[in-house]
Design a protein around this ligand. Structure first.
Ligand SMILES: *Cc1c(COP(=O)(O)O)cnc(C)c1O
Length: 447
């Protein structure tokens, strides 16, 4: 192609960099942060760059200029930052095109990624909707399920059933299936669609499924099956709803009950996907597959926002048989080529290494490094699964004090409620895992 911008490409002058104090003042005055007030009341740390597992700060905090990231930027940066392979994928795609609309057009990055996701997820999942965030992928999953039943001549099946303690995102339908109590969306309980809630699954990945709970769960699904389109849950690990682990046995119970009672089953693997729990997808612990599945967060290795909703041929064909035989959803940035190219590279990078070995290695490090936390006053529980470590306190954490304590140890953590937790990038070395554990213990002590 001839260069369409030659010869006279106007170039804006480089903006003058902000001094950190100036940047913080503008941030406080104008920029919303997650779950934040306006104007902002807490001083966020300014990150200048990031590489490997380290965030580099614009100015020292608690004597530290670099922090080991114990959060993987909320489950996403599994390969660490500034990774040469992902940078290469981004640059290559950037030189071809960063975006083009997906209506009436397609492109190799999207097709390659979709085919790859079909290949690596449970066999019945055959069709992929590439959404622009996790919450949107959950909206799409819900729309698929409601539309499936509408097309099947059962439009009264419109509600969702879930268990308490979940988190599925911040847009409307996802909020309606988040934990209704003590969660972040309680304010909206009057205006959200009213869903059916079971008790939270009993704690413990290794615990035998509780027969009494199982019976109640089945009965609840049976009682509401006539009006419920789908059961939606996070398999094995409930993340932002409380960092709780449950037996994979409950997923088998859900699968059987849903099959028997004509209800679809949705697994939200946005946090658990891509190896975090020790299986590539957490559903693998149970050996069951859902009708619809959401992935996100680690999908692009933390580079760009993208998520995906996968469904079975039964669901897709059902929708296509209806009076409106299409899935009426199409975000502007659907299947963004830049994000898709990076996602494919990230998946290949993951599967091209012994990711299960790395996750197990980090799990072992977390188990030994967090053991001492169990002895601390104020600690209610310590648990580890895959590359996830959780210290639960018997009180609400003092976020500012806990964060400061972690930063003093040279580690970035983001505690919430009564939880100090970590899910490090899979490339975190053993010394840095130990450092993260020291920081979690310090945060638990001082928070
Ligand atoms: C983070 C998360 C979401 C929401 O994803 P966003 O990309 O933040 O919209 C949904 N479900 C689960 C389980 C999550 O962890």
């Amino acid at each position: 192609m001839p260069d369409p911008y030659a010869p006279a490409l106007p170039r804006p002058t480089e903006p003058k960099p902000y001094a950190p104090a100036e940047l913080r003042a503008l941030d406080r005055a104008h920029v919303w942060h997650p779950y934040g007030p306006m104007p902002g009341r807490k001083e966020p740390l300014v990150v200048e760059s990031a590489s490997g597992v380290r965030l580099r700060l614009a100015e020292p905090a608690e004597g530290q200029r670099e922090l080991v990231d114990g959060m993987s930027s909320w489950w996403s940066a599994v390969h660490g930052y500034n990774h040469p392979v992902l940078n290469e994928a981004a640059r290559g795609q950037l030189d071809r095109m960063s975006h083009v609309m997906f209506g009436g057009l397609t492109h190799e990055p999207a097709v390659r990624l979709a085919a790859r996701l079909v290949e690596i997820t449970p066999e019945p999942l055959q069709h992929v909707f590439l959404a622009d965030s996790g919450s949107v992928s959950v909206e799409v999953a819900v729309k698929m399920c409601l539309q499936y039943w509408r097309s099947a001549g059962r439009p009264e099946k419109q509600r969702l059933l879930t268990w308490r303690g979940g988190y599925h995102g911040d847009t409307w339908q996802p909020m309606s299936v988040c934990d209704p109590e003590g969660g972040m969306h309680e304010l909206w309980s009057g205006s959200l669609p009213r869903q059916v809630f079971a008790d939270a699954p009993p704690d413990g990945f290794d615990a035998e499924p509780d027969p009494a709970y199982t019976t109640r769960l089945r009965e609840l699904i049976a009682r509401h099956a006539h009006e419920v389109a789908a059961v939606i849950v996070e398999p094995v690990v409930q993340g932002a709803g409380g960092m709780r682990f449950h037996s994979p046995g409950y997923l088998r119970v859900l699968r059987e009950a849903c099959d028997e009672l004509d209800v679809l089953l949705v697994f939200d693997e946005i946090a658990t996907g891509f190896g975090r729990t020790g299986e590539l997808f957490a559903a693998g612990h149970a050996g069951v597959s859902p009708d619809v599945m959401c992935v996100g967060k680690a999908l692009t290795g933390g580079y760009l926002t993208m998520a995906a909703t996968l469904c079975t041929s039964r669901v897709a064909e059902g929708i296509s048989r209806g009076e409106v035989p299409v899935l009426a959803h199409g975000p502007t940035f659907m299947a963004n080529p830049l994000a898709a190219a990076i996602a494919s590279a990230s998946v290949d990078l993951l599967l091209g290494q012994d990711w299960a070995g790395e996750v197990a290695r980090i799990g072992t490090g977390l188990r030994s490094g967090l053991a001492e936390a169990a002895e601390l006053p104020g600690v209610a529980d310590v648990r580890v699964l895959g590359a996830i470590g959780v210290v639960q306190l018997d009180h609400e954490v003092d976020m500012a004090a806990a964060t400061r304590a972690a930063v003093r140890e040279g580690v970035w953590l983001r505690p919430f409620r009564d939880l100090v937790y970590t899910m490090p990038p899979y490339v975190t070395g053993d010394d840095d895992v130990r450092r993260i554990c020291r920081a979690v213990c310090a945060a638990a002590r001082e928070g």
